[in-house]
Design a protein around this ligand. Structure first.
Ligand code: BF8
Ligand code: SF4
Length: 721
C-alpha cells in the first residue's frame, strides 16, 4: 500500500511516543522497518487524526455540508441548517453507539441462529454443551424446562432470543436481570430498550438530518440504544456461547507472538464469533489432519488467536492468544503464519496487501466481511466441521511455501476462564454459591473497590501502556480488577494474568483473593462478555451491604485505549447501568462543552453513572480512586486503610495453581488433552478427564446446580419477570 501522508507541509513532527510497552511488538516493529514494511503503527506517524472530526465538530449528515464548527467562537456557530455544536457532537456520538450496538448484537443474532440450527439438528459438529446454562437462560426467558428435551428447550430459547431483535411490543427481556431500582430508573426515564433492531434504527432515524435536534434528547436515546447491547445483544451472545461451547472455568494458557511455532503449521483465527473458531479448535486437533501436517514436513498444527475470537477459545479451550488488536499485522510479519482466518470486526484491511508480501493466506469467512487480497471460504454453520477442515488443509498445503521466519521469543503464562458462575462457586460451592465473601471484604475495606479494565488498543497511545498501568496500580491499591477483550490480552502479555501476580497486590486484596481462591485480575472473556461484568455487579449490588444498585458500588469502568464504536456502546451501557466510566485517548464530543457536561453531570443526575474522557494515565487513575472512595463514603463504609492488613505470606492459592499447572504439563506430556480444566478442584470426584460428552469443562460433567444463583437468584429481584 502506498503511504497516505496528510500532514500539513512544514509542520514539525511531535516528539516520538513509544509505540508499545510490549517487547514482542517492539521487536516486530524493528523487523518491519528492516523489511521496509509499513504497519498501523507507522501509518499513524503520517496520518494524524483530523482535529475537527476527532472532537465531534464536523457534521457530514447532509450534502449541504460537511459543516465544521471551528474557531474560538465555535460554540456560537451553527451548520448551514442551524445545527449547533452540542447537536452535531451528540448526533455523531449517538451514531457511534448505534454502530457498536449493531455490531455486538448482530454477533448475538448469529449465535442465536446457530443455536436454532443446533436445536433443529441442522448444525453438525455443534451441540448444547452446557445444559445447566441452557436451563438458567430458559429461566430468565420464562421458558418451561421440566420434562422437556434439551433441543426442544434450546429451540424455544433461540426463538425467544431472536424475538428480542424485532419484537413489536414490550421490553428486552434481560432488562429484568437488572436490580429493581435500575429497572425503575430506566422506566421512569423512558429508556428501557424495547427491541434491539428498533433501538439502533431509532437512533439512526433521530440523527438523520432534521429530526432530533436537542443534544440532551439525542444523548438520552443513545443510553437507551446502548442498553439494547449490554442487556440485549451482548448478554444474549455470552449466554448462547456458554450454552453451545460451555461456561468458562479457569484454565491456563500462554499469550503473545511467541506462541507461534517455527516447526508447526500455524493457523491464526482473528475476529469475534466463536462458531468458527471453536470448529477450528476441533480441526486443529484432528489426528488425521495432524498426520497430514506431519507428511507436509511440520511437527503439528498450532492454532492461536487474535482479538476477541481468541478470548472465546482461550476461555473455553485454553488456546493460546497471539495478541490483541495491534498484533494482527505483527503476527503476519513473523512469516510463520500459514493461514489467518477472519470473520467479523476489528480486522484491518491492511492484512490483505500485507499477507501478499508473505506466504500467508488470508481467509475471509463471513458473507458480511470480505477483504481484497483474501481468499473467501464461506463459513456455514450447517457444514461447519467440513469448512474448518478445508481451511486447516489449506494451511497445511501452504506450509512448504514458508520463507524466512522471525518469531519473537515472548510468551507469558496466564490463567483465564472466569465466569459469573465460577465466581459464585468459589465463594460458597455449588449449593451455597454467593458473592458474600467479596461483599464482606469490600465492606471491611480489605478490598477497596472493583475496577473493570476493558477495550481496545489504539495506535494514538502507547500500545498496552494505559491498560497495564491501570491494572498494576489498582491491584497495588487493593482494588480487584476484571478484564475483557484486548485489555485482557494486554494485561496477560505484561504478566498480570499469571498466578504469580498476587505478589503485586496490596495486602488486603491479597488476603481476600487467597481466601476465596481467585487471582486479583480476572479474565472474564471477550468484549461481548462485558455483559458478565453487568451480571457480577448486579449480584454484588443485591448481595447486601453495598447499597441496592450498581450506582451505589465502589466500582469504576475504564477503557484506556478505546478505538471503535463497540467500545463507545459498551461505555454507554455501563453508564446507563449506573457505573462511572472513564475512557482514555480522546473525547468524541470534546468540541462541545454542553455535550460533555450532559454526558458527565447530566447523566450522573439521570442514571447515576457517567462517561468521562481522561487521556492522562495519572489523572485517569486518580479520578478512579476518587470515585471509588466517594462511593465508599456514601455507603458509610470505613475509609480504605492498607496499614491494617499484614502480608499473609505463602498461600494455598499459589500451591493450588502451581500444582494444577504442573499436573497439566504432566498430562500434556502424556498426550492427555486438558480442555477447559479448572485450576481448582471444582467438586468431589472432579478429575481432569474431560472426554467427549463431558460438557468440555468440569461444570457440565458434574451436573452442577447453578440454577439457584442464575435463575432463582436473579429472578428473585427480577420484579415482574
Ligand atoms: O470486541 S477490544 S479492538 S477485538 S473492539 Fe476490537 Fe476493541 Fe479488541 Fe474485540 Ni472489543
Ligand atoms: Fe451541515 Fe446541518 Fe447538513 Fe450537518 S445536517 S452537514 S450541520 S447542514
Amino acid at each position: 500500500m502506498d503511504d497516505v501522508k496528510n500532514e500539513p507541509a512544514g509542520k514539525s513532527p511531535e516528539p516520538a511516543m513509544a509505540k508499545s510497552i510490549d517487547p514482542a511488538a517492539l521487536e516486530m516493529l524493528a523487523h518491519a522497518d528492516d523489511c521496509g514494511i509499513e504497519t498501523a503503527f507507522s501509518r499513524a506517524d503520517t496520518m494524524k487524526p483530523c482535529p475537527i472530526g476527532e472532537k465531534g465538530a464536523c457534521c457530514r449528515i447532509c450534502s449541504m455540508g460537511p459543516c465544521r464548527l471551528v474557531g474560538k467562537d465555535a460554540e456560537e456557530k451553527t451548520g448551514i441548517c442551524g445545527a449547533d455544536l452540542p447537536t452535531i457532537a451528540a448526533r455523531h456520538f449517538a451514531r457511534q453507539v448505534a454502530g457498536g450496538v449493531a455490531a455486538h448484537s448482530d454477533h448475538g443474532r448469529d449465535m442465536a441462529m446457530t443455536l436454532r440450527a443446533v436445536a433443529k439438528g441442522e448444525a453438525a459438529g455443534y451441540k448444547v454443551k452446557d445444559e445447566q446454562k441452557l436451563a438458567s437462560v430458559a429461566g430468565y426467558m420464562g421458558i418451561a424446562t421440566s420434562g422437556r428435551e434439551v433441543n426442544e428447550i434450546a429451540l424455544d430459547v433461540a426463538d425467544k432470543a431472536l424475538e428480542q431483535f424485532g419484537q413489536p411490543h414490550g421490553e428486552i427481556i434481560y432488562t429484568k436481570r437488572a436490580t429493581p431500582k435500575r429497572q425503575k430508573v430506566w422506566r421512569e426515564l423512558g429508556i428501557t430498550p424495547r427491541a434491539i433492531d428498533r433501538e439502533v434504527t431509532e437512533v439512526l432515524h433521530r440523527t438523520h438530518e432534521g429530526v432530533d435536534l436537542d443534544a440532551e434528547n439525542i444523548l438520552k436515546s443513545s443510553l437507551r440504544c446502548s442498553l439494547a447491547d449490554g442487556w440485549g445483544g451482548a448478554m444474549l451472545s455470552t449466554d448462547i456461547s456458554d450454552i453451545l461451547f460451555g461456561t468458562p472455568s479457569p484454565l491456563s494458557s500462554e499469550v503473545n507472538l511467541g506462541v507461534l511455532k517455527s516447526d508447526q503449521v500455524n493457523v491464526i483465527v482473528h475476529g469475534h464469533e466463536p462458531t468458527l473458531s471453536a470448529m477450528l479448535v476441533e480441526a486443529s486437533r484432528d489426528p488425521e489432519l495432524i498426520a497430514e501436517a506431519k507428511a507436509a514436513g511440520a511437527e503439528g498444527i498450532n492454532l492461536a488467536g487474535i482479538c476477541c475470537t481468541s478470548n472465546e477459545i482461550l476461555m473455553r479451550y485454553g488456546i493460546p492468544a497471539a495478541g490483541n488488536f495491534l498484533h494482527q499485522e505483527l503476527a503476519v510479519l513473523t512469516g510463520a503464519v500459514e493461514t489467518m482466518v477472519v470473520d467479523v470486526q476489528c480486522i484491518m484491511q491492511a492484512l490483505g496487501p500485507l499477507a501478499q508480501r508473505f506466504h500467508t493466506q488470508l481467509v475471509t469467512t463471513s458473507p458480511k466481511a470480505k477483504i481484497p487480497g483474501a481468499v473467501h471460504v464461506e463459513f456455514d454453520e450447517h457444514r461447519a466441521p467440513e469448512t474448518a477442515r478445508e481451511i486447516v488443509r489449506m494451511a497445511i498445503a501452504n506450509y512448504p511455501n514458508r520463507g524466512p521466519v522471525h518469531i519473537p521469543d515472548f510468551h507469558e503464562p496466564l490463567v483465564a476462564g472466569f465466569s459469573h458462575e465460577y465466581l459464585n462457586y468459589m465463594q460458597g460451592g455449588f449449593h451455597r454459591g454467593s458473592f458474600r465473601p467479596l461483599n464482606d471484604a469490600i465492606i471491611a475495606g480489605r478490598v477497596r473497590g472493583l475496577a473493570g479494565v476493558v477495550g481496545c488498543n489504539n495506535v494514538r497511545v502507547t500500545q498496552d501502556e494505559g491498560i497495564v498501568e491501570m491494572i498494576k496500580r489498582f491491584i497495588a491499591e487493593d482494588v480487584m480488577v476484571v478484564v475483557t477483550g484486548c485489555a485482557a490480552t494486554a494485561g496477560a502479555k505484561a504478566g498480570y494474568l499469571s498466578p504469580e501476580i498476587l505478589d503485586s497486590a496490596g495486602p488486603g486484596l491479597r488476603e481476600v483473593m487467597e481466601a476465596i481462591g481467585i487471582p486479583p485480575v480476572l479474565h472474564l472473556g471477550s468484549c461481548v462478555d462485558n455483559s458478565r461484568i453487568l451480571t457480577v455487579l448486579t449480584q454484588v449490588a443485591t448481595e447486601g451491604g453495598l447499597g441496592e444498585d450498581i450506582d451505589d458500588l465502589p466500582a469504576v469502568g475504564l477503557c484506556p485505549e478505546w478505538m471503535c464504536e463497540k467500545a463507545i456502546a459498551i461505555g454507554t451501557y455501563f453508564a446507563a447501568s449506573g457505573a462511572h466510566v472513564i475512557f482514555g485517548v480522546s473525547s468524541p464530543v470534546e468540541a462541545s462543552s454542553v455535550a460533555t457536561h450532559l454526558m458527565t453531570k447530566g447523566w450522573e443526575d439521570m442514571v447515576g453513572g457517567d462517561l468521562e474522557f481522561i487521556p492522562d494515565w495519572d489523572k485517569m487513575f486518580a479520578r478512579s480512586l476518587e470515585l471509588i472512595d466517594a462511593k465508599r463514603a456514601a455507603l458509610k463504609l470505613p475509609a480504605y486503610d492498607p496499614s491494617q492488613y499484614g502480608d499473609s505470606g505463602d498461600s494455598l492459592f499459589f500451591a493450588e495453581i502451581k500444582k494444577y499447572l504442573a499436573d497439566q504439563a504432566a498430562e500434556a506430556e502424556r498426550g492427555v488433552e486438558t480442555v477447559g480444566s479448572p485450576v481448582y478442584p471444582l467438586a468431589d470426584g472432579h478429575s481432569h478427564d474431560h472426554g467427549e460428552g463431558s460438557g468440555g469443562h468440569a461444570h457440565g460433567a458434574e451436573g452442577h446446580d447453578h440454577a439457584h444463583e442464575d435463575g432463582a437468584h436473579d429472578h428473585s429481584h427480577g420484579g415482574d419477570a
